[in-house]
Design a protein around this ligand. Structure first.
Ligand code: NAP
Ligand code: ZN
Ligand code: ZN
Length: 354
């Protein structure tokens, strides 16, 4: 297999900072698209993985799965993209394509495991995959998305993970007009969930630990805000919500949030803290409540979400950073100090001399 030397940024261990390194990308195969990466969002999953918080991280690790750029080369069998097109890549770059889930367009739940954009098993190279903190990526066209051309490109990058991860469960649980929907944790995922749930017609209630985000929540589209550290506020709002999307990255008491659900309400977890979240049986039993989870979204649904965001003019609120700022950005992410997504300007990596 012919490979190309590619500039990237990543880490050699769970405790080392991210730094410049070189990786190999394959030359386009007949079904592949080569993308010159322009912007890459910074997801909390990047941090969980770089620091091996979920276990199983292979090093060197190059994170990044909110990728937008321009097509620079296509393989001879490619039909969906041409050189010069805008293109996006999200959290996966391949799957078995033959199992029940894949056949239903739910490649994220592939029975063989989907191939993660980073830290996945690359069936072409035999090693692991490298993500979007890099100057280019080569991906099978079936896992590449079309980007609406009316949206700001840097602010569109976070749709590729934060957008689809929140859109998919909101759609699955039929969120829309007449529903009171709570969004917990107003970070990258949560702020997208607020915008998308609002566009779907729901009454949106932000549930945050940060007083500083209360004001902003209304600007993002929230109808109401609950400060979760304020017990009286939580009590007053008990049994008022039909659906809750939990986007929290750290340990938290799930029972406190379940208490906000009406009878037969549903709480779906997309946040992925490293340790189990204990559920008190009576948080569920007492009001026939359900507790579920959801993983990103399939490729067709990701395209549907991008088109939906194009139609509704929805993008992420971002802070554009240079590649060399990434270690500081991770610390700020841990402190909840981002409104609401860091996006890396990949030009800063391309311009690095050493
Ligand atoms: P993020 O930007 O860091 O946002 C997380 C938010 O959680 C914070 O802004 C904060 O919101 C809230 N929070 C933090 N610590 C908390 C605590 N101790 N108690 C209550 N709330 C707390 O992270 P993200 O990129 O949105 O990702 C969120 C989580 O989703 C991560 O675990 C990530 O790995 C996971 N994820 C899952 C999927 C999936 O497919 N299921 C996909 C992508 C990411 P407030 O300030 O409003 O309280
Ligand atoms: Zn992500
Ligand atoms: Zn499959």
């Amino acid at each position: 297999m012919i490979t190309m030397n590619t500039k990237a940024f990543g880490t050699q261990s769970a405790t080392a900072p991210l730094e410049k390194l070189n990786i190999q990308r394959r030359e386009v195969l007949p079904e592949d698209v080569e993308i010159d990466i322009l912007y890459c969002g910074v997801c909390h999953s990047d941090l969980h993985t770089a620091r091996n918080e979920w276990g199983g991280t292979k090093y060197p690790n190059v994170p990044g799965h909110e990728i937008v750029g321009r097509v620079t080369k296509v393989g001879k069998n490619v039909t969906k993209f041409k050189v010069g097109d805008l293109a996006g890549v999200g959290c996966m770059v391949d799957s078995c394509r033959t199992c029940e889930s894949c056949k239903e367009g739910l490649e994220q739940y592939c029975e063989q495991g989907n191939t993660g954009t980073y830290n996945g098993h690359d069936k072409h190279s035999g090693t692991h995959t490298f993500g979007g903190y890099s100057e280019r990526i080569v991906v099978d066209e079936d896992f590449v998305l079309h980007i609406p051309d009316n949206l700001d490109l840097a602010a569109t990058a976070p749709l590729l993970c934060a957008g689809i991860t929140t859109y998919s469960p909101l759609r699955h649980w039929n969120v829309g007009a007449g529903m009171k929907v709570g969004i917990v944790g107003i970070g990258g995922l949560g702020h997208m969930a607020v915008k998308i749930a609002k566009a779907m017609g729901a009454h949106v209630v932000v549930i945050t630990t940060s007083a500083s985000k209360s004001e902003d929540a209304k600007r993002l589209g929230a109808d109401e805000v609950i400060l979760s550290k304020d017990e009286p506020q939580m009590k007053v709002n008990a049994r008022t919500l039909d659906f809750i999307l939990d986007c929290v990255s750290a340990q938290h008491d799930i029972n406190a949030y379940l208490s906000l659900l009406k009878r037969d309400g549903q709480l779906t977890l997309v946040g992925a803290p490293e340790n189990p979240l204990p559920v008190a049986p009576f948080s569920l039993i007492g009001k026939r409540r359900s507790f579920s989870g959801s993983l990103i979204g399939g490729i067709a649904e990701t395209q549907e979400m991008l088109d939906f965001c194009g139609q509704h003019n929805i993008t992420s609120d971002i802070e554009l950073i240079d590649m060399q700022d990434i270690n500081n950005a991770y610390e700020r992410l841990l402190n909840g100090d981002v409104k609401y997504r860091f996006v890396i300007d990949i030009a800063s990596l391309k311009n690095m001399v050493k």
